[in-house]
Design a protein around this ligand. Structure first.
Ligand SMILES: [Zn+2]
Length: 162
């Protein structure tokens, strides 16, 4: 499968910068995990996805509109995205990872700091309870590309924000 997941969107960058400057260390674009999580905070066992409100149809969000033309196409596409998100979440959960979704609208300037404060609290809690649980086993997932030959130690080499 081609590597189509190496996206670095602005909202993702903002989240990474914030986490980095607040002492959270992570891996980005973890292609060896189901769904290629945008950000993985290893010692908290948390996989973070930054979701576009339109593509992932953020419930109740003004940005989650359905286009007026080709309604069937869009409805089917959104349903597939939703089903995929659910599959990814349960696969990650089976491997011992929590999933945290941050919606793009929650990263707009007026609410960004508030959102990240909540994220930080979740990560801190998860980190505390992670220390008493067994480590997740990310490499039990064998993908259809050859990423599985990465050494497990790779997750200990943290990424910088950029
Ligand atoms: Zn939204």
């Amino acid at each position: 499968m081609a590597s189509i997941h190496s996206k670095d969107t602005r909202p993702e960058l903002a989240v990474r910068h914030w986490l980095w400057h607040h002492g959270f260390r992570y891996r980005k674009n973890a292609r060896q995990l189901p769904g290629s999580p945008d950000i993985v905070v290893v010692n908290a066992h948390v996989a973070i996805f930054v979701h576009g409100c339109f593509w992932h149809q953020h419930p109740g969000c003004p940005a989650a509109t359905v286009p007026h033309s080709n309604v069937d196409f869009w409805t089917a596409k959104f349903r597939r995205n939703h089903e995929r998100d659910e599959r990814v979440r349960s696969s990650l959960s089976a491997l011992g990872w929590h999933t945290l979704v941050i919606w793009e609208c929650q990263l707009k300037p007026p609410v960004f700091e508030k959102t990240m404060a909540v994220v930080a609290a979740i990560l801190s809690d998860a980190r505390d309870s992670a220390s008493s649980r067994p480590q997740p086993r990310p490499y039990d997932f064998v993908s259809d590309n050859d990423d599985y030959d990465l050494a497990a130690e790779d997750l200990e080499d943290y990424d910088s924000p950029d």
